[in-house]
Design a protein. Sequence first.
Lengths: 375, 375
Amino acid sequence: MSALEFEILAKDAEGHARRGRITLPHGVVDTPVFMPVGTQATVKSLTPADLTDDIQASIILGNTYHLMLRPGADIVEKMGGLHKFMAWNHPILTDSGGFQVWSLGDLRKIEPDGVRFQSHIDGSKWFLGPKESMEIQRKLGSDIVMAFDECTPYPATYEEARSSMEMSMRWAADCREHLPVNDTQALFGIVQGGMYGDLRRESLHAITEMDFEGIAIGGLSVGEPKEEMLASLDALADHLPVNKPHYVMGVGTPDDLIEGIDRGIDMFDCVMPSRNARNGTLFTDDGKINIKNLKHQTDSTPIMEDCTCYTCRNFSRAYLRHLYMAKEILSSRLNTLHNLHYYCDLMQRARDAIEGDNWREFRDQFLQRYRNKQS
Amino acid sequence: MSALEFEILAKDAEGHARRGRITLPHGVVDTPVFMPVGTQATVKSLTPADLTDDIQASIILGNTYHLMLRPGADIVEKMGGLHKFMAWNHPILTDSGGFQVWSLGDLRKIEPDGVRFQSHIDGSKWFLGPKESMEIQRKLGSDIVMAFDECTPYPATYEEARSSMEMSMRWAADCREHLPVNDTQALFGIVQGGMYGDLRRESLHAITEMDFEGIAIGGLSVGEPKEEMLASLDALADHLPVNKPHYVMGVGTPDDLIEGIDRGIDMFDCVMPSRNARNGTLFTDDGKINIKNLKHQTDSTPIMEDCTCYTCRNFSRAYLRHLYMAKEILSSRLNTLHNLHYYCDLMQRARDAIEGDNWREFRDQFLQRYRNKQS
């Protein structure tokens, strides 16, 4: 029996947007969903209680690369797995480590069976391939395991993109072999192919044939213009198997999420809301604000007037600016709380719109307001 | 009418320990009490909700020196005062800035009417004396205002200590003149006198004559051996006016607090629990633990078995060690939560012991266990 069940509860009549529900060993995930990134067994600055009570997150992401180096997969396993270790008793998706080791540049060498690399922490030597990644993610005990792949660079020639995609497809098959369908962990395959529509469709076909529990789209948000990213999603939208969850990895801004949902995407993750928060950039329906700006010095209004997060319910922009300027830890925390609440609440609003047969109106109004008022 | 009411609810029959209650404009403070330090309008890493719900803090401390420089007393006043600015709707005590400017060393010059100094942030030039300190603390709007004094250095000759103490007494009179008894802010005088018992008593006599709403003891925990600190408290214990709250400033370790209560002290503040937390040192009844220690790497137990704080209810030492080693923000937060909970809970246990006519037994058992098992 599979560890993942997926049902579609509502659908935009004219397009691809859908509102679904994923059932996993550690709980239920309503889609479209945004997954906060918890790289090192913590969503930076936040507790599990913040994530459930305030942000209403239903699933978070953990990073295989970071956890295998520190504290180490064996230690996490010995402590009862990642859920118990970090006291998060809800679904977790772990990435494969592929993107992180690929990002190491000179510190890594790609071989037929995986990647040889040096730790960014202490220079120690490691090898990570499909087999190793499956074993580590098994020890971590995540609900959703990601296949080990190579992220195709941007830009890449057609031949480079084909060769990279074909290696990822071989590795995807290895991953499925090492982690067959079981009732504790689901496995998602990842579509590659760079910015070439036909390679993307060929990759999707291969992934679909392998019968993964979910379909991910990788290799986006790697430096390409937004139009190319959307064109890649457009090339796939008609071909994604409707009965499986669709996850676009590492994307993106609030308007990217809305555009993704419109192209049939159910799941998103991105470091942007949490990383930007720590740098003083806050998201609102009227675009981003920079809390450092002097104009906020005596501004008694919250970040966003109708936001229900703890930060907006209690603190003024003036106070948040003070915390940021004084380099206080609470600055990172309150800003992260708002940005992740904003992202997760935006997904709730998208789910409501699809369920209420109101998707296109919601989408158009949101995009117009968000894009016209960047302040 | 005074902004402060103080009543004694119970007393150790044989000694000085007492369990009291202070009523202030923003709420009630049960004593003995530990006041978490919120230097820059935030108790580092924590929200007001953490302080009330988990730590059960009833009063916190703010620092005049830091707030006058950033964001500035006028800005805090414009934003509705410190309570509203930081969303803490409970009592606040502000220090006078005297200790901080004194600590600036080469960056300050002491003059008859106050201290001329340069900001540690940008080198800008400032003057702070009794009059200025009262005006700034009025703008901050704290429940308890501290008199502006000079901290006598340690070591100091008898003549240096006398001269310094006499200046502080003149400044104390100036503070009372600039902040007469009123119904919104109480003013505490500060006893100085270095490590000389007769100067301490002379200073206490002067402060008592000036009729402050509370009596503070300053100039301790400035480098002297613990025995000298306790001897200074011993020199005063029989002479402290029983009908006023007694506050020893900047002290100290858990056992210092118990020793202080035993000498008639009602109020404490110290950066130790919060600063040590950020450095990975955690307090327990069995002494301090260093979470960095390799022996905690796979330790599934909490910091302290019977602790009821959020950190101990949810996380293992192994996880806390991981967060510390990975330099995660959540490390500072979870450690601070535990240490401040520990300090405030220790005061609750002290109050219970005094009320239950069990003070001496509690004191002896605590000190023996705490001091014998530093691990």
